[in-house]
Design a protein. Structure first.
Length: 161
């Protein structure tokens, strides 16, 4: 009986350690490229979107942000990844420590003081269709992947006829 209790204790400890390692690895993941690339990345995405009839999602955030990491995971989960790949081009806009690309955030009506991640959706012609003005995804790590599914479904482009 003592052996079974010890084994259960060690199993739980191992699971906890794996979770901490996975969480630490996610924090180290570099989703957002260096801030100086944002304008060129947006221009390239808009050019590609015009050719493919996709919409562009501008994801404002930083590699330091756990909610931004959670959104990245939700974008790439089994339910959302196909919707994202078929309908959108994502540009990750690095805001540094809220000291970079502030002009781009302002241009797309993203109030960074409301928190990140914050998204803007652009049509294939570059027109601003939506911007998160109230920090809707600011607490992403406490939300469900289905909230991202609903967002993607709402903003995907209508199929070409």
């Amino acid at each position: 009986m003592l052996y079974a209790a010890q084994r259960t204790h060690w199993t739980l400890a191992a699971i906890l350690m794996l979770g901490l390692v996975a969480q630490a690895g996610a924090k180290d993941r570099q989703i957002y490229p260096e801030p100086g690339r944002a304008k060129a990345d947006i221009a390239a995405a808009l050019q590609s979107a015009a050719a493919t009839n996709k919409r562009v999602i501008l994801d404002f955030g930083g590699n330091w942000c756990p909610d931004c990491q959670a959104l990245y995971n939700y974008f790439h989960d089994a339910a959302n990844q196909p919707i994202l790949a078929d309908n959108f081009i994502v540009v990750y806009v690095n805001i540094g420590l809220r000291d970079a690309n502030l002009d781009i955030a302002a241009h797309y009506q993203i109030p960074l003081e409301k928190g990140v991640p914050a998204l803007a959706v652009l049509g294939s012609d570059g027109q601003l269709l939506f911007s998160q003005r109230t920090g809707e995804f600011e607490a992403m790590r406490h939300m469900q992947p289905s909230s991202v599914t609903g967002f993607l479904e709402q903003w995907k482009a209508a199929p070409r006829s």
